[in-house]
Design a protein around this ligand. Structure first.
Ligand SMILES: Nc1ncnc2c1ncn2[C@@H]1O[C@H](COP(=O)(O)OP(=O)(O)OP(=O)(O)O)[C@@H](O)[C@H]1O
Length: 258
């Protein structure tokens, strides 16, 4: 990639103070994410992936090292960044319509009501939910609710989109659709995307590169290039011999990373 570095992580370390002493979760992570890139973060359960995302989102402070967005230190939630979590049922407000949910973060941007409306229209259309604007989240399926969470991030037009196991709670078919949606909005809105996933196939399917983290406390074990052609296709890409080889390679790295 020749694009400029968008997110840079340098010797990032994170420990937590607990009643029984200090727990060192992340020892030393260093990697860059380039503008427009989609990078997956994979590693064994409990290795510190969510902790890393919380540090990058400015929700947690680092214990050592630094994280930068566009060369600026991340020391609080950056305006250029949006988050999508796995648990859509807790991220959407049940008493607000789908449209109001999508427009909620836009209030911080100082946009007029018309502009907010236009953005939510566009984002809901992008995720295929133009007809659901007046519904409430609880009237929608799980996959549709996750689409609303993605639409909310899209409407905000973040430069960086960070997602923590975003498709883990939906059925396989919906998951494929949401993966393709994620790739499409990355292209349409020229976003830089970081995704934590437990699903190795998903990591290979989505990514330009995969950062494998492992050990306790966590370190970067390997950074794997995914040279599969874009646009990706759920059937053709997954049937590619290189897809299977990459999946096997990443799986071996994760098994060695325990
Ligand atoms: N606030 C905290 N205080 C103490 N320990 C914490 C805190 N937050 C996270 N941890 C610990 O950090 C470790 C890593 O947790 P984290 O959720 O980041 O891992 P993960 O790789 O995302 O896990 P999983 O793959 O299972 O979702 C865990 O042992 C967890 O208990």
């Amino acid at each position: 990639m020749t694009n400029p570095v968008k997110v840079s992580v340098k010797n990032l370390a994170k420990s937590f103070a607990t009643p029984t002493g200090t727990v060192e979760v992340i020892r030393d992570l260093t990697f860059d994410v380039f503008e427009g890139e989609l990078v997956s973060i994979v590693g064994p359960s409990g290795v510190g992936k969510t902790t890393l995302l919380r540090c990058l989102s400015g929700l947690d402070t680092l214990s050592r090292g630094e994280a930068r967005l566009d060369d600026r230190l991340i020391d609080g939630p950056p305006n250029e960044l949006a988050l999508v979590f796995q648990d859509y049922s807790r991220s959407l407000m049940p008493w607000l319509t789908v449209r109001k949910n999508v427009e909620l973060p836009l209030r911080h941007l100082g946009l007029s009501a018309e502009e907010r409306h236009a953005r939510s229209d566009e984002a809901l259309a992008a995720v295929g939910l133009a007809q659901a604007a007046q519904k409430y989240p609880w009237q929608l399926s799980g996959g549709m609710q996750q689409r609303v969470a993605i639409a909310r991030a899209v409407a905000y037009r973040p430069e960086v989109l960070i997602m923590d196991e975003p498709f883990a709670s939906v059925d396989a078919q919906t998951r494929f659709e949401l993966e393709d949606l994620c790739l499409r909005i990355r292209d349409e809105y020229r976003m830089t995307v970081m995704v934590v996933t437990h699903d190795i196939d998903e990591a290979v399917y989505l990514s330009d590169r995969i950062v494998v983290i492992g050990k306790k406390p966590a370190e970067v074990m390997s950074i794997v290039d995914v040279p599969l052609a874009f646009p990706r296709d759920q059937i053709r890409t997954r049937a590619d011999v290189s897809f299977g080889e990459l999946r096997g390679h990443v799986l071996e790295l994760i098994q060695a990373a325990h």
